[in-house]
Write a protein that binds this ligand. Structure first.
Ligand code: RRO
Length: 315
């Protein structure tokens, strides 16, 4: 395209909800406490995504539990959060920032999810994102790798949530698994997908100390940052194709620049979440990446972020 535009529209609409900017925090990044969530509200982020919430408040796993390195980050936070009742009380205040509020729902067992989802949905978030992919609770496998359990859980949560409902999935590494999850989502539909959670159970080693770098689970944790971008893009693309672009996708994984966000849009994401880069750079990351994305789209002659979605060329 060669059309020139002075300003490029970076807003987007997901499941009927308008986002003023197609960039937002990934669940887990600077979004646990009231102070963090309000700071997100004041920032340029296009939405406020909460930390995944459990029934009871949790302090999480022992420290050190987050470690940044050249290729990205590894974490085993272990779901530190205020408990769903606290987030239910906070949501009305968060909505005054006039951008969508996304409540991320987790649980330590299957029954927790619908219980939390019912109450949190009544507090009025704009969307609910169900986390089927926490890799860091010892002895609890990622639900998204169990297709039957995922289907059961989606049905139970769907029955108690009126607002748009999405699932945050783990990365899949084989087309058979993309197809199996797509079949689940055709039988038990949701309104949007967030792809992907961290690449679970990775191991980062410090050769100088001859040691693991985080304490929980013998050093195993979820990998985030630039190294996982190709995995994230593949998952966005696979689900975009499986649904012919009919389910909105929020791309997550390795977004550090406007070009990274552009690649997620090309693959099929309508919006992009930022995790490691937000933790490392702070809230100004949204302004920087928005400016960079604006410049990329303007240079290429796109009138809007929406115009890019899914337009990846194949050879
Ligand atoms: O809290 C965590 O350890 C955590 C969660 Br719930 C998640 O979904 N993904 C991640 O990388 N860490």
């Amino acid at each position: 395209m060669t059309l020139a535009h002075d300003t490029v529209d970076l807003s987007c609409t997901i499941a009927g909800v308008r986002f003023p900017l197609c960039l937002m925090n990934a669940s887990g990044a600077l979004c646990v406490t009231r102070e963090e969530l309000e700071a997100l509200g004041r920032s340029r982020t296009g939405a406020i995504v909460t930390k995944s919430m459990t029934l009871e408040a949790r302090t999480g796993n022992p420290e050190p539990r987050y470690y940044p390195f050249a290729g990205g980050s590894i974490n085993s936070m272990g779901l530190p959060n205020l408990g769903y009742r606290a987030y239910a009380e906070l949501i009305p205040a968060l909505k005054t920032f006039r951008k969508p509020v996304i409540a991320s729902v987790a649980g330590l067992c299957e029954d927790d999810f619908p219980e939390i989802a019912r109450t949190i949905a009544r507090a009025g978030p704009d969307l609910v994102e169900v986390n089927l992919s926490c890799p860091n609770i010892a002895g609890k496998p990622q639900i998204g790798y169990d297709f039957e359990a995922s289907e059961r859980l989606i049905r139970r949560v769907r029955a108690v949530v009126d607002c748009p409902l999405g699932v945050k999935l783990p990365p899949y590494f084989d087309p058979a698994h993309h197809a199996a999850m797509a079949e689940v989502l055709k039988r038990a539909p949701v309104d949007f997908l967030s792809l992907i959670n961290s690449v679970g159970n990775a191991l980062v080693i410090d050769p100088d100390r001859e040691s693991v770098v985080i304490k929980p689970k013998g050093g195993f944790g979820g990998l985030g940052g630039p190294g996982i971008k190709p995995v994230a893009l593949a998952n966005v693309r696979a689900f975009w194709k499986a649904f012919d672009g009919r389910i909105p996708i929020i791309g997550v994984g390795g977004v550090v620049s406007g070009t990274d966000a552009f690649e997620h849009l090309l693959a099929g994401a309508s919006a992009v979440q930022i995790g490691t880069a937000l933790v490392e750079e702070g809230l100004k990351v949204f302004d920087r990446i928005a400016g960079e994305l604006q410049a990329v789209l303007k240079k290429k002659g796109y009138p809007s972020a929406t115009a890019v979605v899914g337009r990846l060329k194949e050879l």
